[in-house]
Ligand binder design. Sequence first.
Ligand code: ADP
Ligand code: MG
Length: 246
Amino acid sequence: MSSGAEVTCSEVHRTYQMGRQSRLRRLLGRERSVPEVNAIDGVSIEVGRGEFVGLAGPSGSGKTTLLHLIAGLETPTAGTVTVDGVRLDELSSRERTRFRLDTVGVVFQRFHLLGSLSARANVALPLLERGEPKARRRERAANLLEQVGLGDRLAHRPGQLSGGERQRVAVARALATDPSLVVADEPTGELDSETADRVLDALAAVTADRTVVLASHDDRALDRTDRVIELTDAERTRAVPTTDAV
Ligand code: ADP
Ligand code: MG
C-alpha cells in the first residue's frame, strides 16, 4: 500500500468571474465590469503524510474550491499548491490529469457514479482510464467493494443501491488507483446518520495510512479526523474596476 502524500497550500486565492464579456466588446475596448467572487482568499494549510484532516466552515466558505485545488481539478488564481513536492499550479492541464490519475482519489457529495454500469465497473473505471488489463481491474474492483462491505453487490447498478451503498461504491472507486491522497467533499451530506457512519467506517477502512482531507459540516464526520482546519467566510463579491467607455 502507498503511504500518504504531503500537501501544502500557501497563500492560495481562487477567483471566479461571473458572466462573460462578448468578443466584440473586448475588441472595441468596451469591456463591462464583471463581478468577481473570491471563493478562497489567501488560504495557507499544511497536511502531513498519512494525516486525516477535516475541513470545516460554513456553506460558501470555500471548502469545495480548496479540495478541487488540492486534487488538481482546478488551478489557483494566485498562490501555490504543492503535493509531494510537485507544484500543481505549474503543471499543464495534461500533466494535472496524469497527476490526478496517479495520486488522488475523490469522493463527491453526490456519488457521481455512472448509472448504466455495475458497481464493479464503476469502481474499475479509473483503472480502465489508466490502461490496466481487464483481469487486474476486475480483481481490484471486487476486492475494494468487499472492503467497503459490498462484496455481495458487485453486479448491482447504482439505481439498484441505497444512498449509503452508492457512496460506499464511490469510496471504493476513489481508491481504485491506490492513491496516496484522498479528498472527500461532504460525503455524508445526503445521508442519515446511521448510513453516514457506515460510509465513514468504509472510508477509514480503505484509507488507513493515506492522507485524507474531508470537507464536512457534520460534527460526527469531523470527530473522526485527527485535526480540523476551519475556513472562515471569505470576502465575497466585489466588482472589478470598469473600463466601460459606453
Ligand atoms: P463551500 O464548499 O464551503 O460551500 P465553495 O468552495 O463551493 O464553498 O464556494 C465558495 C464561494 O465561491 C461561494 O461563494 C460560491 O458561490 C463561489 N463559487 C464556487 N465555485 C464557483 C464557480 N464555479 N463560479 C462562481 N462562483 C463560485
Ligand atoms: Mg462545498
